[in-house]
Design a binder for this molecule. Sequence first.
Ligand code: PAF
Length: 281
Amino acid sequence: MKIIHSMGSVRQTVLGWRRAERRVGLVPTMGALHEGHASLIRRARRENDEVVVSIFVNPVQFGPGEDFSRYPRPFVRDAALCRREGVSVLFAPKPSALYSTDHQTWVTVEKLAGPLCGPFRPGHFRGVATVVLKLFNMVQPDRAYFGKKDFQQLRVIEQMVNDLNVPVKIVPCPTVRDPSGLALSSRNAYLSPDERAAAPRLRRALRTAGQVLKSRRNVREAQRAARNELRQVPGARIQYLEILDPKTLSVPKKTGPFLLAAAVYVGRTRLIDNLLVRGAL
Ligand code: PAF
């Protein structure tokens, strides 16, 4: 596995692969890799001849007061995971290689960035869409792999690629969970043992909402049931709990499907999760 820090070098490598008609998969990450990332890498390996993993903690997708400076950066461990998983290139650009001091161009996906995390993380999806488009331009992959845990992020990127005719196929991948049902996330590392024990209740609350939605056929009742369940979790604070149309991220159609999505603080750690429910009300 090659570790590359410069755009010129990653481009040269990918150009060589292209000349040899090798298909290239990209797994964009911010590092602190876990089994969820490993599953993206494995899928990318199955579907491509070469796999690039990018690691870049993207400053412009963090708001003031968010965890940019304390975001975990275990580079040596991450590189070992990539090597073990058969990654061809680990691309770890320096911030100065991505953003010049005169950076002025941003990608804004207007409607899809509005709901859910949008109001609580202003500028976040603009930062994500911009860095992902930059990574696509640098690496020029055939396919790129994103987890469904960050469902809104996935929809924003799908829309961007569609709107701007970016020749990259976006591959949505299932959320990976630990045995308790907690969705794997680099931020789980912030949880204390008590918080870690409480965190799986987010998933359980979403499942309760899903059951209520199916049995009572009522969006508000379903939301209420999940909120009530989460209120009983010590140290948990709900930021949002919404039931939306998974395509438009707006009011769902009676015919479904339904996206049940939540952001909950457990102590100081913000966790997000979601559940897709099919079927009509
Ligand atoms: O999901 C992430 O890790 C990041 O938001 C991404 C897509 C790598 C962009 O920085």
